[in-house]
Design a protein around this ligand. Sequence first.
Ligand SMILES: *Cc1c(COP(=O)(O)O)cnc(C)c1O
Length: 445
Amino acid sequence: MAEQPSDIEQTRVVLTEIPGPASQAIHARREAAVSTGVSSGLPVYIERGAGAILVDADGNQLIDLGSGIAVASVGHAHPAVASAVAEQAASFIHTCFMVTPYEEYVAVAEALSELTPGDHPKVSALFNSGAEAVENAVKVARLATSRAAIIVFENAYHGRTNLTMALTAKNMPYKDRFGPFAPEIYRVPMSYPLRDGLTGPEAAARAIQAIDTLVGAHNVAAVLIEPIQGEGGFIVPAPGFLPALSAWSIANGVVFIADEIQTGFCRTGDWFACEHEGVIPDLITTAKGIAAGMPIAAVTGRTELMDAVHPGGLGGTYGGNPVAAAASLATIKVMRDENLADRAREIGATITARLERLAGDLGAIAEVRGRGAMIACELVVPGTLEPDAALAKAVVTECGANGVIALSCGTYGNVLRLLPPLVISDDLLNDGLDVLESALRAASS
Ligand SMILES: *Cc1c(COP(=O)(O)O)cnc(C)c1O
């Protein structure tokens, strides 16, 4: 099938109030049909997309600075991905890899072995969602070590299933009244330079002391960590924190699991965020950016750990579905061909320079942080470190009204985060940042 370039121009167009009447009409139907437990940040109903633009039911063209939470890194409906999906769907859509396998699954696993950090022998297992990958990484670590305890961190986010709720830190909205939660999960302090003032080695020593005294190293199956925390607030640990935890894990026979579901696949300017400090995880979980929006996720890791599992111990009906696997292979090819890791660094430099300049004017910005095209600013009451979630919310709302999709995050809800598609043009990025800057200036004055 030929790759059709999109007719959607890469410009922001606001034709109606946002959400406009057509979106509002669909929203009224939604309220009668969809659970309120599932909510939407900006209830515009999307009809089409291309690159960094989403077109809603009223014809408004919105700049996407969130990529559907770090998923559409190669842009919306990339023609190479769209045609790979169409071709695969036309050949076959499903067999269940556990019943009769197919090459696409194998090819995704080969790509993961090649791209993930470390030259050691590796294998993968494929799943449908990030949470499912994290659950399976925990299963592998427990079985391979015959230990139960899992170490997680303050501000961590690992998903919404029962086990991953237990691994996730924040109560509202993820955990509240959904318990009881899975046992043998222990939460220790994270490195959070803005708020703890510790160096990486100091913060690691604090975490390790907590593990040794509260759990005991010999009981620990795995240390599970996001190399840059995502939902928790784009918290970048101080240099040396991750290497120290990795070294401690090696010394104690503990499986070091990097949850790179949000940070992976070129987002931070490398294929994986662990590479920045040369950390080689034993297991790595991936999803989100891996397939431009088709549901697929993976656990990749040391063969001796992954193959400790008995045949049939891992799997699922849809895991590594052929259409999603084809999308993943096409996405990885686009990332390689278009050199999107480098582009992520350029985008990061543009965003950081602009936000730093703004931070000089606005006392509400306590810190601009992140790496590559994963940049955030943390908002506070000026002159203090008191989180200002209301300001973050006001800015996100104002951006939406002006045709820019921006996201907030953070344990305290006070962090604005930018995760643009890595194919965004400088012009479009700057237009989006102009809107964000005006919104920030207006809301904090
Ligand atoms: C999004 C996310 C998950 C959960 O992925 P789902 O596909 O939503 O289940 C897990 N870990 C991290 C770091 C994430 O960002």
